[in-house]
Design a protein around this ligand. Sequence first.
Ligand code: PFF
Ligand code: NA
Length: 442
Amino acid sequence: MNNSVDTVSRDAWATRAGFILAAVGSAVGLGNIWRFPFQVGQEGGAAFLLIYLLFVAAIGFPAMLVEFVIGRYTNRNPVGALAQLGRGLWGYVGWVFIATGFIILSYYSVVAGWTIRYTIIGLQDGYLADGAAAESQFLDVASGLDAIFFHAVFMAVVIAIVALGIKRGIELAVKLLVPAIIVISLGMALYAFTLAGASDAYSYYLSPDFGVIASNWTSILPAAAGQAFFTLSLGMGAMITYASYLEEDRNLAEDGAIIVGFDTAIAFVTGLIVFPILFTAGVDPADPGPGAIFVSLAAAFGDLTLGWLIGAVFFATVAIAALSSAISLLEVVVSYLIDEHDIDRVTATLAIGGGLFVLGLPSAWDLVLLDLFDGFADQILLVLGGLLLALFVGWKIPDLAVGELKKGIGPIDSWGTLWVWLIRVPVVIVLVISLALGILGY
Ligand code: PFF
Ligand code: NA
């Protein structure tokens, strides 16, 4: 027990595995299975993968430890944590997180709704092999009342789990969901390996063309930075919030490495599933946009033997992964209301969840709006939140942060110094450049 005296009966994780699984559950989601492949496709294949992997290790991992340290030290939600630690304007940085979380979850739930719908389509009628037919089917799924209905269904499940609280709701849910995601992904990658298009897909996905990096770096850098933050659930306080429910002083660096490793592995394996399927069906992976991955995968499933079943399993897995991520997004805002305004969990969850449903309506109604929300939140807000936090921790409270990181690790003097300097300079530089390019490109 550290400094949780002032927050009388605050929730906490029951087990170490509970925290790690919840953080893995938050990290692994639509970002890995939907967003990652379409970013790879849009940004030139293996070249993007390479930069992305670099950013995850050199920027994402240290940035995750920043959030962990702040959460565990304060035992508070992001707004409260920053208000406690920061003077002047720094004390308000938590609000950037809350705003970002709100926007992301609103459209995240819409996309998750599509995955539920696509699961049902597979089980009911199978998928349509014809490209044009698959496209018009997607437009039905992703707009108007159909999309709104499944957005509502998804939000209702998220609300129910978060309302149950940390131990009974979130921790229990992720213990079932995360192992399911891992097993199904590996099974599907093995299956994809047997497809005719596999070897072309592997060379597209795995052997980088450095010319592509040289000519497209102004779009690859912000896309890779945004994707690294999005996929690791950084830049909006989710990891602050989850670490705030830690009571014992455990090795945060080790936990962080496990979480980053899992998330990266699932994204990587998703590429090994998606690209062979696309290449086998003769679909060009460079087709940009948030819908293309659905259209082309559905068409590919329509083409494969037993494609309805494989497709339904695939989309159900995506829905499950989205669920454990959406839970963490909602928890950020709910924890703020509980901590700072003494609102009870159920009321807070219903109010915020209802608000999110409404905010998601434009994205559900029209795909163009969804793409705008996604680009704005991902390449601008997340990166901005991460940048502000890196500046604050690296330059304003470095000693406090290293001291907190040391707990549960023991003496880490040189590592702690390395970590602080990583945050102070390289992380800040990359994020500033990415943010500038992201704003220019938006
Ligand atoms: N990391 C999640 C994914 O990859 O799908 C998305 C996400 C969850 C982003 C929670 C941010 C967050 F706070
Ligand atoms: Na992720």
